[in-house]
Design a protein around this ligand. Structure first.
Ligand code: NDP
Length: 487
């Protein structure tokens, strides 16, 4: 086996996208939730120089389900709780600090029929690896209501934590469907924004942990509708473009009832992300990866599973992290036993401290910089909109939005790659709801691209870097005629 990559061990940094050369990797980890990062940490400390394919769009966002959670109160070591995205930032920084290498892309195909295994990424790279840890997690389910597509992102959302702060939901009646920890957490969270929250539960009990359930039942701003299932959603008028009501059916009597709400949030569980592995590894009837009982090994030697992709039962951050540890230790043993492990010596005995993430200060008259590639707040937005002759990326975020957290460094990276030919501004819609309303923002993250005072393009949710870059490059290559729409 040759050197695992063009990048020396220990020199990876977030967003550096090391592209492995023709060599064969010791170990590739697919997935970047608690399972993936813990597996990477252990493998990196074993000097295996693992590559983590973080995932990007398929099956959720990098960092996994904790990126769309607010306070995680049951992860040991954080007595006062920690925000999900912050916990994931810390796990990522720890894995990187010890020499894991990240590829911030999706694994599009996995070929387990030959050794070394082959992984094809969404960006067209083929990676060869002796061992593989599958930590692809699970994705949020949808209900598939007749009018769901029409009102998706127009009142219906799969992430209260991401979208709750959008102006359309403020002071309105809101609904959450589901009875698990996610539904309860979201219902409580939404009371911060809505006038009242309806929790629609299909049975006569909450599946959530007792602590969560108690919080919901004690909250006067939440009404629980027991034994109700959703039948459909509707707008105020047949051609309305925003949700105005949901129809529920009582599962015992069959009677239907309409509830006037401006927002509907799904929290109805998850499906394991195993589509990549169909026909190659054994899956159970619900699609979960089958491993040896209580162990990380799959039926195929050298392939290990960690986290929710193989866990229909516990599905906690801490159990996912623990299974990532087991998978890495098992992979290390297997690689060593097979004589396949190529140990990559560390550059320094003790790696440099991970450090704290940088935060952008809000721009004002004193610190505004017309040439800065990234600024924050409406002062910078107005100045750049009027004065800058460059394409301007405006990203609308909210403080607890995990996907925003993922997207911002990608946008900054695009702007850096473009060497000052375009600029970026971040608007926190919770701090500046009027700006969000004016801009027609219906969820976060939303990105709008302006040039010559006109909006050229808009994206909702996390998208690949290449999309933003291509849109800016197209504008630079063929500037449109000046017009004028206000951001
Ligand atoms: P769960 O699978 O625990 O709960 C899903 C809920 O959705 C259940 O109440 C289920 O009803 C309901 N449901 C499923 N399908 C439908 C449908 N078609 N219509 C209506 N309701 C439906 O998922 P969660 O996302 O809540 O939690 C996943 C895991 O993450 C759990 O282990 C949970 O403990 C953990 N978690 C922990 C948090 C924390 O500690 N801070 C926060 C969020 C999640 P039924 O009960 O009838 O099956």
């Amino acid at each position: 086996m040759g050197a695992p990559s063009t990048l020396p061990h220990g020199s990876a940094s977030p967003g550096s996208d090391p592209i492995p050369a023709a060599g064969v990797e010791n170990l590739v980890v697919i997935g970047s939730g608690p399972a993936g990062y813990t597996a990477a940490l252990y493998a990196a400390r074993a000097n295996l120089s693992p590559v983590v394919i973080t995932g990007f769009q398929s099956g959720g966002i990098p960092g996994g389900q904790l990126m769309t959670t607010t306070h995680v109160e049951n992860y040991p070591g954080f007595p006062d709780g920690i925000l999900g995205p912050e916990l994931m930032d810390r796990m990522k920084a720890q894995a990187l600090r010890w020499g894991s290498r990240l590829l911030e892309t999706d694994a599009d195909q996995v070929d387990l029929s030959q050794r070394p295994f082959r992984i094809l990424t969404a960006e067209g790279q083929t990676i060869l690896s002796q061992a593989l840890i599958l930590a692809t997690g699970a994705s949020a389910n949808r209900l598939g209501l007749p009018q769901e597509e029409r009102f998706w992102s127009r009142g219906i959302s799969a992430c209260a934590i991401c979208d709750g702060a959008t102006p359309q939901f403020r002071a309105g009646q809101l609904a959450v469907v589901g009875g698990g920890d996610s539904a309860c957490e979201e219902a409580v969270y939404l009371t911060k924004y809505g006038s009242h929250v309806h929790l629609i539960v299909r049975s006569d009990r909450l599946r959530a942990s007792a602590a969560m359930a108690d919080r919901v039942l004690a909250n006067a701003a939440i009404s629980v509708h027991w034994n109700k299932e959703l039948v459909d959603v509707a707008g105020q008028t047949p051609d309305a473009d925003w949700l105005a009501s949901v129809t529920m059916r009582d599962r015992r009597s069959g009677a239907t009832e309409e509830l006037a709400v401006r927002g509907l949030f799904y929290a109805i569980g998850h499906t394991p992300n195993t589509a990549l592995l169909q026909g190659q590894l054994e899956l159970d009837p619900r699609g979960y990866l089958v491993t040896r009982p209580g162990r990380p090994e799959t039926a195929l030697e050298g392939v290990f599973a960690a986290g929710d992709v193989a866990d229909a039962e516990w599905r906690q951050g801490i159990t996912a992290a623990a299974s990532g540890c087991q998978a890495a230790l098992a992979a290390e043993r297997w690689l060593t036993h097979q004589g396949l492990a190529v140990v990559v010596p560390r550059e320094a005995l003790d790696p440099a401290p991970a450090g704290e993430p940088e935060r952008t200060a809000e721009s004002d008259a004193a610190n505004y910089d017309p040439e800065a590639s990234w600024q924050k707040g409406s002062f910078a937005l107005r100045k750049l909109y009027h004065d800058s002759s460059k394409p301007l990326l405006v990203v609308y975020t909210s403080p607890s939005c995990g996907p925003c957290h993922v997207l911002k460094p990608q946008l900054k990276r695009v702007l850096n790659e473009l060497g000052g030919q375009a600029q970026g501004v971040e608007i926190d819609i919770e701090a500046e709801p009027q700006i969000a309303l004016q801009a027609g923002v219906t969820g976060t993250p939303t990105v709008q691209l302006f040039f010559t005072k006109e909006m050229q393009q808009q994206w909702r949710g996390v998208k690949q870097r290449g999309e933003f870059r291509a849109a800016i490059e197209a504008l630079l290559a063929a500037p449109p005629q000046p017009g004028g729409t206000t951001p």
